[in-house]
Write a protein that binds this ligand. Sequence first.
Ligand code: NAP
Length: 249
Amino acid sequence: MAVALVTGAGQGIGRATALRLSVAGHRVALVGRDPAKLDAVAAELAGEALCVPADLTDAGAPDHVFGAVEREWGAVGVLVANAGTGLAAPLVETTDELWRTMLEVNLTAPFRCIRRAVPGMTAQGWGRVVVVASVVAKRGERQVAAYSASKHGVLGLVRAAADELARTGVTVNAVCPGYVDTPMTDATVATMGERLGKDPAQARALLARRQPIGRLIDPDEVAAAVLACVDNAAITGQGINVDGGTVQS
Ligand code: NAP
């Protein structure tokens, strides 16, 4: 069993993934900005947990986080780069700051974590990197140009890294969810409701109907796809859709 590190582990998809990794027997390090949320998830885990609070937009955060895990447990074998943020704005109202935030959190932070993780993985001859991207890594969507660009970018990073590492025992994949039932989607529902003059239940139903299966994805359904990437050495360089049929590929 491996040492796993999950970013954005305090809620939503990160929490669900940490739970699954723990049930599968991995030691799980939990990373996010809010220590209280990490502690709450740690208390739910089946096995060993380590909370390492950090803001991953700090350039030094990956060194701090990986160093802390290595001192306790040794090299990280499974990196789930899940932390992310999604802000919406029409293209012409997308400020430089919004653009920068999307790229820093969703693209640069995963890049720095992968760069820090890979030497330990190649030294062991085994490693698994899974990035939680999005359905908008595969198709563009109105109102989220910066978020879509960051997620397309991170899928490019995954594909390049997978090719570079293909003979090392390290696989690199992305999972690409549609709308998942998490706090991030609660925020999307609230914004949509305000924009369209709908109450939260109506806005939520609208979002659910946008997906062919007619419902939101459960965070555990995304976590199951992450675990499939961890368990299968022949899957690498993929962006696995967990989107209720939105993108067919
Ligand atoms: P969420 O509920 O908002 O959780 C995001 C997590 O990321 C939080 O635990 C947050 O923790 C952490 N985080 C955000 N910024 C961070 C930073 N600078 N440093 C460290 N941690 C940070 O989101 P989610 O729905 O579970 O989404 C997880 C991933 O899936 C994201 O990459 C998102 O883009 C992607 N995704 C989500 C959906 C969806 O419908 N929900 C769809 C497609 C893709 P703190 O606030 O404590 O730092």
